[in-house]
Design a binder for this molecule. Structure first.
Ligand code: SF4
Ligand code: MG
Length: 332
């Protein structure tokens, strides 16, 4: 497995003035292999989009680093960055908001090509626009129409065609299906999978809904309040979730097979999501964790590899935590 992206103890705090800081992303570490889909999940406000935008260089970092193909994305000059970001593109949640309503579909898809001077001649550019429209399941007759003339699913296809315009290797899809009807969601996910196979694309797929992420992702990272709490392969996360937050998220997904008895216990999380301006001491999840112990309020759990390729930050897996045995026994 060849790594294409490395995110190393990345921290992004926003200065809110008067000495307060919003801790959007707190020392998050993960990598993405070439050609895989990495899913990033968690409730809104957990820092997933901030990670995406920091990788894209749209935000500066507070500390840590982001390496793409070994290059530190925040250490580049403006000019280097401009050329470099042809490789990385973004697909957004609301395709309508991200597409200029006064531009035709042709202009929307052609714009990045023009900005980067991809073609000397208009004819070649037009041919590429037609080809991209076909690749995303639209057709050339759509080129002179306006985004608002299309359905949400079609607009997302146009957004995807625009993201593909510069022939990138890596795509950050930030909640690309959250605004779509359930029936359309599956179509867009299938399109992304097809494009990935055809073009060898790598995806960072950001979502709050674990059921969709599971279908498309090879590995998944779960975020809570700016921290990554668990990371592993998709099946392992689903079959053997270790972190109490992941367990709660999964217990809320209905079992798809109606003949199968759903014997899992629903885990209801109590309490409010704390503010990232003033997060809890120790483990950020402790105010809502059904398993919280004394140590959880004083010591931040370490990010540890518990099984091969299975990382978790939780004192239940820390053999030195004194109350661990009694909490685990009580749960059985
Ligand atoms: Fe719960 Fe403690 Fe584990 Fe945090 S460290 S998830 S509070 S048991
Ligand atoms: Mg978001």
């Amino acid at each position: 497995n060849e790594k294409i992206l490395e995110v190393n103890t990345l921290r992004k705090y926003f200065d809110m003035g008067k000495g307060t800081k919003l801790q959007a992303v707190n020392d998050v570490t993960f990598h993405i292999n070439k050609g895989e889909t990495f899913g990033l999940v968690g409730e809104s406000g957990c820092g997933k989009s901030t990670i995406g935008r920091t990788i894209m260089g749209l935000y500066d970092k507070t500390s840590g680093n982001v390496l793409y193909d070994g290059n530190d994305v925040h250490a580049m000059s403006e000019k280097e960055r401009f050329g470099f970001y042809r490789n990385m593109q973004m697909v957004f949640q609301d395709p309508y908001a991200s597409l200029n309503p006064r531009s035709t579909v042709r202009e929307v898809i052609g714009e990045p090509m023009e900005v980067h001077g991809m073609f000397k001649n208009k004819r070649e550019q037009m041919d590429r626009i037609y080809m991209l429209l076909e690749e995303v399941g639209m057709n050339r007759d759509h080129a002179n129409r306006y985004p608002h003339e299309f359905s949400g699913g079609q607009r997302q296809r146009i957004g995807i065609a625009r993201a593909l315009a510069l022939d990138p290797d890596f795509i950050i899809a930030d909640e690309p299906i959250s605004a779509l009807d359930v029936s359309v969601q599956a179509q867009v996910v299938n399109l992304l999978k097809e494009l990935q196979e055809d073009k060898g694309l790598t995806f960072l797929f950001i979502a709050h809904d674990l059921s969709m992420v599971k279908q498309i992702s090879d590995r998944i990272g779960v975020m809570y309040l700016g921290n990554m709490v668990e990371l592993t392969k998709s099946e392992a996360l689903y079959n053997n979730p270790l972190h109490p937050y992941t367990q709660a998220l999964l217990s809320a997904i209905p079992i798809p097979d109606p003949d199968m008895e759903d014997s899992r216990e629903r885990i209801i999380l109590h309490g409010e999501l704390p503010s990232p301006i003033n997060p809890p001491s120790g483990c950020v999840f402790r105010t809502r964790c059904p398993m919280a112990m004394d140590i959880c309020s004083v010591q931040k759990p370490e990010w540890q590899e518990i099984e091969q390729d299975h990382y978790v930050a939780c004192h239940l897996y820390n053999k030195e935590a004194p109350e661990r045995e009694s909490v685990l026994t009580k749960q059985q």
